[in-house]
Write a protein that binds this ligand. Sequence first.
Ligand code: FE2
Length: 287
Amino acid sequence: MVLSTQQIESWERDGFLVVPDAVEPDRCRELRRRALEIVDEFDASTVSIFSTNEQDRTSDDYFLASGDNISCFFEEGAFRMDGSLVQSKEQSINKLGHAMHDLDPVFDSFSRQPIMAEIAADIGFTDPRLLQSMYIFKQPRIGGEVTCHQDSTFLYTDPMSVVGFWVAVDDATIENGCLWAQPGGHRGPLRKRFVLDDENGTRFDQLDSTPFPEPGSPDLVPIEVRAGTLVLLHGLLPHWSDVNRSERSRHAYTVHLIDGSAHYPDENWLRRGPDLPLRGFERSTVH
Ligand code: FE2
């Protein structure tokens, strides 16, 4: 066991758990370097697809195709009408997603560090599958808000099993847009599901009208952590992060796990082709 009985108790009580110093600083630096390299290698000529009149539709298609590849998502307003970037690529990128953990050797090895597998077992996973990875840049001054949500909305299984493994690559503080969460909020209902829709690409199905706590509410607590800290997030836990108003970046990396024994519905947005089945913590030999 990596986690103590006390840590497991707070995980079950709060729906999140902060594990300081879970990841070596060198590994965080290596991941940052690789993420910036991927952005640098990104072909800017494909960027014009975001600036056509069918921007929403095309962005949706790009998003829906990203379950089994490495895609670059940009901040709103990053592009001019002609498709050129307002600022440099590395200052415009919002996140990378959603299969770096299976397609890139640096991300694979980061995501499958022994401590991750041990903690997954400690919190009850018997057949963990690494479903999705995201590298989030939360840029200085422009890194946008992520409104309050539950991850099971986007990564639903029956029974619900998703847990986010969120690693601070930079120190995360209130000033640079750290996570906020509602302790115990994972015992509340799932509010909505994000599903595929033949007509519009995707839609939200409302399941429950219980409101989330508003930003600034005493029900939300800030999760200020140092780089290298792992934060576990239960799929039903309401969480939120503010705009980064500081001069410092707030890079973070998340991997979402589901349990292989749970049903994964066809209407979930994230799909994989037959060439890239979901894997657990065993290392790949095919890079
Ligand atoms: Fe989330």
